[in-house]
Write a protein of this length. Structure first.
Length: 196
């Protein structure tokens, strides 16, 4: 007679039925909808983003030109020697300028190559501004400015304008005393006063 305590039954182990886990990944339609929404938002934001990037380019270029003018005056005063800023336009809209010591016109800037200097002239710095869409252009109303090593005065007053089509312009005005001020001719740069 079998005892109740000794009997045990072994139940087969049942595995759960296979289920599809739908929480993994995106379907093709969900992916396409997501891409379409991202493209729509990008198309709406693109003009504003482009204008912002171009405005930053204009601001950076204007600051570079102003810093180079200040460098020319500072080099003249500290070194007790004349420093010239010479502007050259290639006729196709691209411009460059070179800061140099020595005689007026002693150095010439070139677009993609180092400046060339004659005699005792020595180049301090060169910048080139090739013409292309979305890039600033630099124009001067005088071919060169000579900063005196004695007082930091300049041989001729002038203005240098940094422009970016569709965005605005920044004008740096250099007085005969060698002092500089910046303004915005079209009022596009809100942090600068409008040029009189």
């Amino acid at each position: 007679m079998p005892s109740a305590s000794a009997s045990s039954s072994v139940l087969p182990c049942l595995s759960p039925s296979p289920r599809r886990d739908r929480g993994r990944g995106l379907s093709l339609i969900e992916s396409l909808v997501t891409i379409a929404l991202i493209a729509l938002v990008a198309m709406l934001a693109a003009p504003d983003l482009r204008d912002w990037v171009w405005r930053v380019r204009l601001s950076n270029a204007a600051q570079t030109v102003l810093s180079d003018l200040q460098l020319a005056r500072s080099e003249a005063l500290q070194g007790g020697r004349n420093v010239t800023v010479r502007f050259i336009d290639d006729g196709a809209g691209s411009t460059c300028y070179v800061l140099h010591t020595g005689p007026l016109g002693g150095c010439t800037c070139r677009m993609q190559e180092p400046p060339t200097c004659e005699g005792t002239a020595q180049a301090i710095r060169q910048m080139s501004w090739p013409t292309s869409r979305g890039r600033p252009a630099v124009r001067s109303n005088v071919p060169s400015m000579l900063f005196s090593g004695r007082q930091g005065t300049v041989s001729v007053a002038g203005s240098i304008e940094v422009t970016l089509t569709g965005i605005g312009a920044v004008r740096h005005v250099v007085s005969l005393t060698g002092r500089m001020r910046s303004c915005s001719p079209d009022g596009a740069m809100s942090r600068l006063p409008r040029c009189a």
